[in-house]
Design a protein around this ligand. Structure first.
Ligand code: A3D
Length: 314
């Protein structure tokens, strides 16, 4: 295959906690020649980008880092990570949040597509399954170019807890979380393994149930500790893992929210499934047979996502 030597541009919309972490991980991994950090608050991305740029001599990143509130600076991006939005405040319902973030995501999407019609869009803003649907509808992009981040993070949490329980290297744990990013997510037990050995033979039923429950509430556990704000480091790296696979055409198999048209018996929504991520975005969805209990659990995810999507009014 011919190597693509064109300079790569990654833009990150929203210079908050997740956006800043993503920019840092992108620098550490040198995944793009230019990294653009954009926020509606003008000084914020400029200050953060300058601070990050000054790590270049220490870290050895040779690219450019731009902080801006002007979408023209994002022009011709190959990948755009969207983290812009509001977090839930006390007294605000999930529906209130959804309505406010739909408005923000709509505005952001209209602006980015004007300058980067060929970009792959990696959506992080919550509620993710509804926001990625909003980006898809508003952008008018082909389904391959729009993908949501949740499964990479949820699976990393699942793998961490399994590794901790077995006292083994986390990188030797293979495990997949499918479905919605919420209480009804589906950490697959049957397919979780360590060095090729199924975890069901290594951990008791109770231990596995605890790990599954902890994974499903992984985000809330961190919020409980932090009090203000939510997880940012692992979410930032999870988004960068996806961006890297697209920018470098790595064909990584990662669990992502992809638009389904019949796969796993589901149509018309974004749902967490294993996909091949490459230069063209979602290049393939890896469909496989689910056990009846897994299919039933996935159906709960679908119902949760459909409710969210209906609330977007799109
Ligand atoms: P936060 O630190 O508040 O950053 C959000 C940033 O978005 C702020 O800097 C805002 O100024 C900016 N912003 C708001 N409106 C606009 C706009 N119209 N245009 C450009 N920028 C804007 O939040 P965060 O970084 O902690 O989280 C960002 C989002 O990611 C939230 O919706 C989180 O819930 C979500 N999140 C999702 C996951 C998943 O696994 C799906 C994990 C962690 C966070």
């Amino acid at each position: 295959m011919k190597k693509d030597n064109r300079k790569k541009r990654l833009s990150i919309i929203g210079a908050g906690a997740v956006g800043t972490a993503a920019a840092q991980w992108a620098v550490c991994r040198s995944i793009a020649d230019t990294i653009v950090l954009l926020d509606v608050v003008a000084g914020l991305p400029r200050g953060k980008a300058l601070d990050l740029f000054q790590t270049s001599p220490l870290y050895g990143y040779a690219g450019n880092i731009v902080g801006t509130d002007d979408y023209a600076d994002t022009a011709q991006s190959d990948v755009i990570i969207i983290t812009a939005g509001l977090a839930r405040k006390p007294g605000m319902s999930r529906d209130d949040l959804l309505e406010k973030n739909v408005r923000i995501i709509r505005e952001v999407t209209e602006k980015i597509v004007k300058y980067s019609p060929d970009a792959c869009l990696v959506v992080v803003t919550n509620p993710i399954d509804a926001m990625v649907y909003t980006v898809f509808k508003v952008s008018g992009f082909p389904k391959q170019q729009v993908v949501g981040m949740a499964g990479v993070l949820d699976s990393a949490r699942y793998r961490t807890f399994i590794a901790q329980a077995l006292a083994v290297a986390p990188s030797d744990v293979t495990a997949l979380v499918m479905g919605v990013h919420g209480d009804h997510m589906l950490p697959l037990v049957r397919l979780a393994s360590v060095g090729g050995v199924p975890i069901e033979g290594l951990l008791s039923k109770d231990e596995i149930e605890n790990i599954v429950r902890r994974t499903q509430h992984g985000g809330a556990e961190i919020v409980q500790h932090l009090k203000t704000g939510s997880a940012f480091s692992a979410p930032g790296l999870a988004a960068v893992e996806m961006a890297q696979s697209i920018l470098k055409d790595e064909k990584r198999v990662l669990p992502c929210a992809a638009y389904l048209e019949g796969e796993f018996g589901v149509s018309g929504v974004f749902l967490g499934v294993p996909v091949v991520l490459g230069r063209n975005g979602v290049e393939r969805i890896l469909e496989f047979s689910l056990a009846p209990n897994e299919q039933e659990a996935l159906q709960k995810s679908v119902e949760a996502v459909k409710k969210q999507v209906a609330a977007t009014g799109l």
